[in-house]
Design a protein around this ligand. Structure first.
Ligand SMILES: Cc1ncc(COP(=O)(O)O)c(C=O)c1O
Length: 445
């Protein structure tokens, strides 16, 4: 018997179609064009039910911000109690008793060397603060970002990011101080092998030999901000040669090394933080999304003494950062992370995705690459395996085929990602991936 809900009858159903048409007249058009073609009524576990009664399997997890499925009572209840006790509190002005336990808990979980916490409302705000902190701590203006990287959509974070040109449209001429280097991507590397006598990694060779020679003096660089695994940019996993080469460059020039773990953090990759996959010790760590247990918005910037300890004259954050309910949700989620062997389940999900999806690269010529790390999968669809030209129309057809089969995937201009709930059972995940495979087979036929 199937573990999944039955496939939807029609998407959008009549009620969704009616509401979507009315929404089109009211919302900013850029919002209307982005979403799935249905209107949600409720969520339960890893399913989403729409206003027509269709039930979808959620392999997106609200952009990876809902780690353990919808509204877990163990997380909602402490948050609700904190709302009853406080409503909002501006945690910059009135410190409340959940702040210190949360900060201490984060520092305990985080990579070695991090000793300070700044509070943030969400991932975007934590990256905004990281950019300012890096400039303040070093007195240097330039930050190195990576092509394919996504860090948010405010002026600063979209200027730092370079996932796709559309996000930076209108910003490149007005945001300064960001220099971009290709993200280390074995499937789409613009470079050959590392050069003899170089850093040991082709991307870092390029950074050292070309960027630092032609574009920017290393003494003007505050540091690098990088996702340890590209999230929205397609679950790209750097080769092992990259991190030692990058971190020694940072040491050589006194750059700060900032990891953006807004998407990878809190279990998604099979470790609490993706930094743990390579034993990385960043100077700064940006957090958000799953930190709120899928229930409340919250973010944080963690830093070592050099990055975040030596000054107090940078005013940061915003009114709702670390409201008591968000702190309560976050603490409750961290309890669950420990109690429920979430990481063990993520590793089981990893094995399912590897077994089901990786063989497609050999079997289906338009599946160019499949990358799996924990409960995080990127599939690259290509027109031709030799040219590797992106097959955007095919990708859309696959995403649409998934939707018809009642499965939500994260399909964007740059990526086709799968990011299930970290607590989905491996058996249900296997069935959901069978539906994704059926959609791929149908679209390429
Ligand atoms: C790596 C990364 N950084 C920052 C952000 C911004 O986080 P938020 O949109 O939750 O504020 C995101 C959001 O997708 C992200 O994936």
């Amino acid at each position: 018997m199937s573990l999944l809900p039955t496939e939807p009858t029609a998407v959008p159903g009549p009620r969704s179609a009616e509401i979507l048409a009315a929404q089109d007249k009211v919302f900013y058009p850029g919002l209307s064009s982005d979403g799935y073609p249905f209107v949600a009524r409720s969520r339960s576990g890893w399913t989403v039910t729409d206003v027509d009664g269709n039930v979808f399997v959620d392999l997106v997890s609200s952009s990876a911000s809902v780690p353990l499925g919808a509204g877990r009572a163990e997380v909602v209840e402490p948050a609700a109690q904190a709302l009853l006790d406080f409503g909002n509190e501006d945690s910059h002005a009135v410190f409340h008793e959940r702040m210190l336990p949360l900060a201490t808990r984060l520092l305990d979980l985080a990579p070695n060397g991090l000793t300070r916490v700044d509070i943030a409302l969400n991932g975007t705000e934590s990256v905004e603060t990281a950019v300012r902190v890096m400039r303040r701590a070093t007195g240097r203006p330039v930050i190195i970002g990576f092509m394919g990287g996504y860090h948010g959509e405010t002026t600063t974070t979209a200027g730092l990011g370079a996932e796709q040109s559309e996000i930076g449209r209108g910003l490149r001429g007005v945001t300064s101080g960001f220099v971009h280097v290709p993200f280390p991507n074995s499937y789409r590397s613009p470079f050959g092998s590392p050069r003899p006598g170089g850093t040991g990694d082709a991307t870092v060779d390029f950074l050292r030999d070309h960027i630092l020679f032609h574009v920017v003096d290393p003494a003007e660089v505050a540091g690098v901000i990088i996702e340890p695994i590209l999230g929205s940019g397609g679950v790209v996993i750097p080769p092992d040669s990259f991190w030692p080469a990058l971190t020694s460059l940072c040491q050589e020039f006194g750059w700060l090394f900032c990891l953006d773990e807004v998407k990878t953090g809190f279990g998604r990759t099979g470790e609490v933080f993706a930094a743990d996959l390579w034993d990385l010790e960043p100077d700064l760590l940006c957090l958000g999304k799953a930190m709120g247990g899928g229930v409340m918005p919250i973010g944080a910037l963690l830093g070592n003494e050099r990055a975040l300890g030596g000054y107090d004259d940078l005013s940061t954050g915003s009114t709702w950062s670390w409201l008591p309910a968000a702190c309560a949700a976050s603490l409750a989620y961290m309890d669950l992370l420990e109690r429920e062997d979430v990481l063990g389940n993520v590793r089981a999900l990893h094995a399912v995705a590897v077994a089901k999806l990786c063989p497609l690269v050999e079997q289906v010529s338009q599946v160019g690459d499949v990358r799996v790390q924990g409960a995080f999968v990127g599939v690259e669809l290509v027109v031709d395996p030799v040219t590797k030209e992106r097959a955007t129309a095919l990708q859309e057809a696959v995403a649409e085929g998934c939707l018809r089969r009642g499965v939500l995937v994260a399909s964007s201009t740059t990526s086709f990602n799968i990011q299930p709930s970290l607590s989905m059972s491996p058996e249900a995940y296997a069935e959901a991936l069978d539906r994704v495979i059926a959609a791929i087979e149908e679209a390429v036929a």
